[in-house]
Design a protein. Structure first.
Length: 211
């Protein structure tokens, strides 16, 4: 019988082949897919997130762990879809118009997936209208905006205004990126701010609960 903690451990070590093998085995044994997801994959990524926050892990380790988690997700995603198991929620993610930086955004996306969210990544240089369109289409509860340049931070304000005008009343917007601050989030009317990828997962969970 596969122990879920072994799956979590393999994710922390970033051992993708091992994760894949253990997840497949656990499913073949008839273990509950939701328990494999929460007790194995997500539990492992939570530890990675904590280590990242404490500077015990750096970006490369997080990316390797996220890749390992993805290899496990590939096996259980179709089963989750069949059973219609809902995750924590759907978040539409993108770097705002005029900004082409995506490393931070990609990291946040991986951590959110690891935290149990369905992530719709729109890429870089995303217009306010595109955020609205994708949010409506995917029935997302959250929008995540990233900017690395002070000059493109103004685009965040445009997205917030466009979303509010579009009638998406219950959708929460969180922002992040090197020049972004909590006070800027408050100034433009965003619902949340996260200083790093691990905190973004906590903030997203908090926003979904209050939503």
């Amino acid at each position: 019988m596969v122990e879920l903690k072994d799956i979590a451990e393999s994710i922390i070590k970033g051992n993708a082949p091992k994760v894949k093998e253990l997840v497949k085995k656990a499913i073949d044994e008839g273990q509950d897919v939701k328990k494999v997801l929460n007790g194995g994959l997500i539990a492992g990524m939570n530890v990675v997130g904590e280590k990242f926050k404490k500077n015990e892990f750096y970006v490369p380790e997080v990316l390797i762990a996220a890749r390992a988690m993805k290899s496990g997700m590939e096996i259980i995603k179709p089963i989750l879809a069949d059973k219609d198991v809902r995750g924590l929620g759907t978040i539409v993610l993108g770097t705002v118009r005029g900004d082409l930086h995506d490393i931070g955004k990609n990291l946040v996306g991986m951590m959110l997936e690891g935290g149990g969210f369905e992530v719709v990544d729109l890429g870089v240089d995303v217009s306010p209208e595109k955020f609205v369109e994708a949010t409506k289409e995917k029935k997302a509860q959250l929008i995540g905006l990233s900017a690395l340049l002070t000059t493109t931070m103004v685009s965040m304000k445009e997205v917030v205004e466009t979303v509010r005008k579009s009638g998406l009343k219950d959708v929460k917007i969180m922002i992040g990126g090197a020049p972004v601050t909590q006070s800027y989030a408050e100034e433009i009317g965003a619902d949340g701010y996260a200083p790093d990828a691990a905190s973004a997962v906590d903030k997203a969970k908090e926003l979904v609960k209050t939503g």
